[in-house]
Design a protein around this ligand. Structure first.
Ligand SMILES: NC(=O)c1ccc[n+]([C@@H]2O[C@H](COP(=O)([O-])OP(=O)(O)OC[C@H]3O[C@@H](n4cnc5c(N)ncnc54)[C@H](OP(=O)(O)O)[C@@H]3O)[C@@H](O)[C@H]2O)c1
Length: 273
């Protein structure tokens, strides 16, 4: 498994997502994911499954340094004192002394971003976070964090799949050597039914879902975190790291309609800002 080096941490390029997988379903799924070879687990306080993720990690009994764990602070917990409390609670639920990556899950309107990033930096220096990340920032917010605040942003996690263009965001992130973590890399499962991806897959002896993942991993500086409850899908997604697309495949995927964003909560920032 390739890893990407950013802000001193190595992140496995394919991770395992856990959104919409509450506790009871989550623990066996993460245990299975760790058994079949995932070493990068993505959770968040909002997913309400950190305790289940922690139980699965404990059951796997892997050396801690063999595992990359990401969790996220919810946008209502960015005020004074709240980040520290959220992190404390996440670490307790996960049963860990530190997380590898701690991310702001969504920007909040009116938040004091410099202050929030300072708290994260202090937690990093205290050893409870190995690196700091953000999710769902638009370009002006990201520029503020990186260029004005000067925060050591290790990753930006955003929706990215064959049906959504992230060209300007990727160009900026690459200019700053910050990896993009693609969430909803299968367009929440829709990629599995796409005829273009299926046709490319038939050429490679692969499924449409595997082609969507291979397309993301083919791009410099991109990490993908598909979620799969079923073990067969977990294995298939992991095997996608071995697929190699050609220029014809890339051109066919480039020609797909690219305006489909599926994660748009009311508190999302203006994406076109
Ligand atoms: N930062 C954020 O705001 C944010 C937002 C959304 C997501 N995320 C993260 O990104 C992760 C991934 O996104 P997501 O869970 O929304 O969507 P996704 O990974 O794009 O899609 C998950 C869906 O695809 C299905 N699937 C997985 N592998 C498959 C395969 N090989 N063939 C066919 N179907 C397959 C899954 O089915 P089964 O599970 O039934 O097997 C599930 O229904 C999340 O779990 C979360 O960790 C972050």
């Amino acid at each position: 498994m390739n890893t990407l080096l950013t802000q001193g941490i190595h992140i496995p390029q394919l991770g395992f997502g856990t959104f919409r997988m509450p506790g009871g379903d989550c623990q066996p799924a993460v245990e299975s994911a760790l058994e079949v070879g995932y070493r990068h687990i993505d959770t968040a306080e909002m997913y309400q499954n950190e305790a289940a993720v922690g139980a699965a990690i404990a059951a796997a009994a892997l050396p801690r340094e063999a595992l990359h764990v990401t969790t996220k602070v919810w946008h209502e917990h960015l005020g004074p004192g709240a980040i520290e409390r959220a992190l404390e609670s996440s670490l307790a639920k996960l049963g860990l002394d530190y997380v590898d990556l701690y991310m702001i899950h969504w920007p909040a309107a009116g938040m004091n971003l410099p202050a929030a990033l300072q708290v994260l930096e202090a937690q990093r220096q205290a050893g409870r976070i190995r690196a700091i990340g953000v999710c769902n920032f638009n370009l002006p917010l990201l520029r503020l964090a990186v260029e004005e605040v000067g925060a050591a942003i290790a990753c930006h996690q955003v929706e990215y799949h064959p049906f959504l263009d992230q060209g300007p965001m990727l160009a900026y992130l690459r200019s700053q050597r910050i990896p993009l973590v693609a969430y909803a890399p299968l367009a929440q499962g829709r990629a599995a039914a796409d005829p273009t991806l299926a046709r490319i897959g038939s050429k490679h002896g692969a499924s449409a879902a595997q082609i969507a993942i291979a397309w993301l991993l083919d791009q410099p500086g991109v990490i993908a975190i598909p979620k799969a409850q079923r073990r067969a899908s977990q294995v298939a997604n992991l095997q996608a790291v071995n697929l190699r697309l050609d220029d014809q495949d890339r051109a066919a995927i480039a020609a797909l309609p690219k305006g489909q964003r599926f994660v748009t909560p009311p508190f999302a920032p203006r994406w076109d800002a």
